[in-house]
Structure formats: C-alpha cells, structure tokens
Design a protein around this ligand. Structure first.
Ligand SMILES: Cc1cc2nc3c(=O)[nH]c(=O)nc-3n(C[C@H](O)[C@H](O)[C@H](O)COP(=O)(O)OP(=O)(O)OC[C@H]3O[C@@H](n4cnc5c(N)ncnc54)[C@H](O)[C@@H]3O)c2cc1C
Length: 372
C-alpha cells in the first residue's frame, strides 16, 4: 500500500468524494474551511426546506465512514510552496501550520452568491447563517430572484411552492432560463416555473450595485440595463452566476485568464508535477463540470497512477456538451433528472430519499454515513 501524502485543499462536494476514494491508498489530509460538508448543491431546497436539505447536504465529517482514515485540518489554505511541497494553512483555532504533500489536489471551488464562500466557520455558524436567511425570506411578501441559471431557477421554484403566500419573481436575460442546458430542458423548466406560480420575467438584465458581487441578500429596487422600470422587492436574491474561483493562494501562472486552475485532460496542472485540480475550480471544459461528471473518479485513478509511477494508466476527463442533472431538486411529485440529450427521468417522490440519497449518495458515493 502506498502511504504517500495526498493533501486536498477544499472539502466540498468533490474534495470529500476525492478524499474517500483515495483514503485506502494514501495518507490523505483534507483542508477545510468548515468541519462538515456544506454542499454547493440544491440551493432551492436549502432555502425552502432547510431541515430536509441538511439531512443530505450538511454532513459533519465524522459522519462519513469513508473519512475515518482522513486527517482533517480546519482552516484556510493561504499559500503553497511548490518547491518545498508544502501547503500553508491559517487554522480555525488560531495560528498557522504547514502541511507537506507528495500530491496536491486543488478542490477549493468557487464563491457564488451568499451560499458558497471560503470563510472559516464552525458548524454553529453555518446553521446560524442558514436560520438568518430563512427568517428573512419567511418575512418577505415579495422576493425577486435575479438570474436564470440552475441556482436561480431552483431557488424561485422551491420558494414559490413552499411559500404560496409570497410573490416570487424570477428575472433573466435570455428568452428561456438555463443557458447551457439542452433546449428541451430549458422549455421544461420554464413550464415548471410557471406552474409553481413563479412570475417569470425574461429579457431583464440587472445592474449590480457598484462594488457588489451578489454575495448577500439585498432589499430595495433592482435596476435594469435592459430599460424596464426598477422592481421593488422585500428581498432580492442574486443568482447571477458571477462565480469567482477560490485561487488566491495559488501562483498566477497556474491560472487561466479568469483565475481558474489550468488542467490537462488528466486533471493535472501543467508544469507542476504531482499537482491536480478538480471540481468547479478546475478549467476542464466550458462548463467546468468535473464536479458533476464523476471527475473525482478520474482524479482518484490518476492520482493512484501518478503515485505508482504508471502515468499510462491515467484516464482522460470528458465532459458532455450540455449540462445535466437535477435542477429543481426533490418536489412533491418526484425528482427530475435531466440527461445531456435533454431527456428527463423522474424518480418518484417516495423513492427519492431511500433510493437516491440513502442508497446512491450515502451508501454508494460516500461509502456509508453514520446517523445524525
Ligand atoms: C454527486 C454530485 C452530484 C451533483 N449533482 C448536481 C445536479 O444534479 N445539479 C447541479 O446543478 N449540480 C450538481 N452537482 C454540482 C454542484 O452543484 C457543484 O458543481 C459542486 O458543489 C462543486 O463542488 P466543488 O467541490 O468544486 O466546490 P465546493 O462544494 O464549493 O467546495 C469547495 C470547498 O473549498 C473550500 N475552500 C475554498 N477556498 C479554500 C482554501 N483556501 N482553503 C481550504 N478550503 C477552501 C470552500 O469553502 C468549500 O468548502 C453535483 C455534484 C456532485 C459531487
């Protein structure tokens, strides 16, 4: 067994899966801003049904059986010494530490809205933050969601269904929501939004206040560069897809012009032996979709091949042309999973938790989680 040291920066959706996949072959250390997986998935359910969301998407690390062999460091990576092969971490408890590696995996994701960030938090702070958002939304008579990507669509549909007394408005630039998805998916989600009671407003491009990145809920009128009159809402949720990669701790030469980590088809960072990247931070394809297309499996295989000195065993990461997956999350009538060719598969509601989450996610992908 190879017990060489693999350090994973960022223990979100892909970091956790990568750590679990590598834990038997290597001595894995995960550096994490939170002591739990706080998934980037399903914002809509997180807002509309926080307790249900937490069951599957807020999972303290000690509940993952597959992480039992993984050392977890609670803190934020603030630098990488590529010569010395060490990562510098500002610890949550105060002070700094330096963690040596043989293989470095960058899985630090992106900042997106108020729900994805690189701040160091404890579990109490994560839960308190969720409660504050919940209370603000519950007190609103009118909510404006700006942005028609999967996040905006999911937030609008779920809020409208769970809070029928709240007027939920969704604004986006193109004719249909979900740019980058198959045309069939775009039409289907447009219809789902309308049937959920969302007021759908295509052709609206919002002007973000100067210096504001959309990383907080706001109130007050939203102004449009497309000429419509300002729209007043009690709460404005910005889901404009302005993702910013968490790569400030890396040398600029490793990054592309937008700050994402350059990778080759094997998820290796060119010019840096033993450095890999995966997930939303990795510039794999135009949709940067290795988080949702089993990139962690490709990563784990290639790290193993690297450690074994057998690069010929590496596999290439291939992304489908269209984005796919669930958009709205679980609804009363089931969960719609879209395929890259636009077809939809419905998982009936009674099967969603036992089949998709308990069996596929917790037992299959996570290789077993302990009860709460
Ligand atoms: C199994 C699976 C299914 C999916 N299904 C869908 C789907 O159906 N529909 C859909 O739209 N999407 C889906 N997704 C994709 C998902 O929405 C995002 O793409 C995914 O959350 C991105 O994961 P990530 O690990 O790259 O980033 P994140 O989950 O954001 O994790 C990054 C972590 O790194 C931390 N971090 C940042 N900087 C540092 C630092 N300096 N030091 C230490 N830590 C740091 C962050 O705080 C965060 O915790 C799926 C993903 C997976 C894994």
């Amino acid at each position: 067994m190879d017990r060489r040291r693999v350090v994973i920066v960022g223990m979100g959706d892909t970091g956790v899966l990568s750590a679990i996949a590598l834990a038997r072959q290597a001595q894995v250390t995960g550096i994490s801003t939170r002591p739990a997986l706080v998934s980037g998935q399903e914002l809509g359910n997180r807002l509309a049904d926080p307790e249900g969301w937490k069951r599957n998407f807020l999972v303290p690390f000690e509940r993952f059986r597959g992480l039992d062999r993984v050392r977890s460091v609670h803190g934020r990576t603030i630098g990488v010494d590529l010569e010395a092969r060490r990562v510098r971490v500002a610890l949550a408890a105060g002070g700094e530490t330096s963690v040596p590696y043989d293989v470095l995996v960058i899985a630090s994701g992106v900042a997106n809205g108020f729900w994805r960030h690189d701040r160091v938090e404890g579990l109490d702070e994560v839960e308190a933050g969720m409660r504050a958002i919940e209370e603000r939304l519950a007190a609103a008579a009118t909510v404006a969601v700006v942005g028609g990507g999967p996040t905006g669509a999911s937030a609008a549909a779920n809020l409208a269904r769970r809070h029928p007394g709240t007027a939920v408005h969704l604004f986006f630039g193109p004719e249909l929501p979900l740019a980058g998805y198959h045309p069939k998916v775009r039409g289907r989600i447009d219809a789902e939004l309308r049937s959920a009671g969302v007021h759908v407003h295509p052709g609206h491009r919002a002007e973000l206040p100067e210096g504001f990145e959309g990383d907080d809920l706001t109130s007050g009128p939203v102004r449009w560069s497309t000429g419509q009159p300002p729209f007043a809402a009690d709460v404005v949720l910005w889901a404009t897809g302005r993702v910013r990669p968490h790569t400030g701790f890396l040398p600029p030469a490793m990054l592309d012009e937008r700050g994402f980590v350059r990778v080759d088809e094997h998820l290796r960072v060119p010019g840096h032996d033993g450095v890999f990247a995966v997930g939303d931070v990795a510039a794999t394809d135009p949709n940067r979709s290795s988080a949702r297309n089993w990139g962690f499996l490709v990563l784990a295989r290639n790290v193993r091949a690297h450690l074994a000195g057998r690069p010929e065993r590496m596999r290439a990461f291939r992304a489908p042309e269209h984005r796919w997956g669930s958009v709205l999350g679980a609804q009363d009538d089931g969960l719609l999973v879209f395929q890259p060719d636009g077809r939809a598969v419905t998982v009936p509601r009674p099967l969603v938790q036992p089949l998709l989450f308990d069996l596929y996610l917790h037992l299959g992908l996570y290789r077993g989680t302990r009860r709460r």
